[in-house]
Design a protein around this ligand. Structure first.
Ligand SMILES: Nc1ncnc2c1ncn2[C@@H]1O[C@H](COP(=O)(O)OP(=O)(O)O)[C@@H](O)[C@H]1O
Ligand code: SF4
Ligand SMILES: [Mg+2]
Length: 337
């Protein structure tokens, strides 16, 4: 693990068994297959890929919300250091306070029968962080103000609020115990575009103000462009490319990253219509393609891609990719079919 890593994921596998079979072994979904990455302290780290690529599973593995079949996750915030796959029960309570999740759907995540004050206060009470009601109220007011919630609204119920306000309530609840690391899983996906920017700005200012490291998960590369310092791209349970955001957008090396980027609607009229649509559906991780997993959809695939899995290679400063032909393809357009 590098000196400044907050989260260090090493060769992590998460397998889900699908049902049980009387004959032979039951099928296994390899939701994460040999995933390694480092999230530096204070980073706003983006994780992108189509639905089903394993993003949520990676976030949940780091939060110890799914069983890690193999590999290690190291957590180090400067105060404590944990090996998450092997963490003891006694340490888990402390870890739950330090590492939190902001849910995708602010409608489903908030109990309709609790006031906003009680929703935000609950983690403080469950974790025994505050001792008196006054202390709890003070902490709730403080975090509500940081999340730019109107303090008058603390007595109301969540149904009275819009999607954006509800997401602020979810964020306040996730941050009230002063976590050091947050997984924000599709946290703006359910919101109107006009509200998305507000919530992204709020997360950015909270990151600086509270010194939090973020894993920001999104299926939408355009959201990541203006928010994240660094981006990792996943396909079918594996990482295919990671780079500082600016590098990823200016010189994407992996054909999958290029396809995702070209699907973003362009503001430049000359570029419109050049979108390189991804062919076909994402294959099942219970039966992934041989060799390079992207070969069934890659416009550049060669014979070798069907048999040999590409290595994870460094191609630039903090820029890694897994494609046999990444450099050679840089200047080629995909064949028109
Ligand atoms: N609890 C589970 N049981 C079985 N399969 C699962 C489970 N959770 C996720 N999966 C499967 O693992 C793969 C990755 O899912 P997920 O991590 O949710 O992807 P993403 O967040 O990128 O959409 C999918 O094929 C999904 O169906
Ligand atoms: S290794 Fe082959 S199939 Fe995979 S992304 Fe590169 S060119 Fe495409
Ligand atoms: Mg998901």
């Amino acid at each position: 693990m590098t000196a400044e890593s907050h989260i260090s994921v090493r060769n992590v596998e998460v397998h889900f068994k699908l049902g049980s079979s009387l004959f032979g072994t039951s099928p296994v979904v390899r939701a994460l297959d040999d995933v390694s990455l480092d999230i530096p302290k204070g980073c706003f780290f983006g994780l992108v890929g189509e639905s089903g690529s394993g993003k949520t599973t990676l976030g949940r593995a780091i939060l110890k919300a799914v069983h890690i079949t193999e590999g290690h996750v190291q957590y180090d915030d400067g105060e404590v250091r944990y090996d998450i796959a092997e963490i003891e029960k006694a340490e888990l309570k402390d870890y739950r306070r330090r590492a939190q999740l902001i849910f995708q759907d602010p409608y489903a995540a908030l109990s309709p029968r609790m006031t906003v004050r009680d929703i935000i206060a609950e983690p403080l009470e469950v974790m025994g962080i505050t001792k008196t009601r006054e202390e709890t109220d003070a902490r709730v007011r403080e975090i509500a103000a940081k999340c730019r919630l109107n303090l008058e609204h603390l007595r109301r119920f969540p149904h009275a609020f819009s999607g954006g306000q509800r997401q602020r309530i979810s964020i306040a609840r996730a941050l009230v115990c002063e976590p050091k690391f947050i997984v924000a899983d599709e946290s703006v996906a359910a919101l109107d575009v006009s509200i998305q920017a507000d919530i992204l700005n709020l997360l950015q200012s909270l990151r600086t103000e509270m010194n939090i490291t973020f894993l920001f998960i999104s299926h939408d590369l355009s959201v990541v462009a203006h928010t994240c310092d660094h981006v990792a791209v996943m396909y079918l349970g594996r990482l295919v490319e990671t780079a500082p955001t600016r590098t990823l957008f200016s010189t994407p090396h992996h054909p999958y990253t290029r396809a995702l980027l070209s699907a973003i609607p362009s503001l430049d009229p000359d570029d419109r219509g050049k979108a390189q649509k991804l062919q076909g559906e994402i294959p099942s991780p219970a039966n992934p393609p041989s060799g390079c997993r992207f070969h069934t959809r890659c416009p550049f695939a060669q014979a070798k891609c069907k048999t040999d899995a590409p290595e994870w290679r460094q191609v630039g400063d903090e820029h890694f990719v897994s494609c046999h032909y990444a450099e050679e393809l840089l200047d080629s357009d995909p064949p028109v079919n």
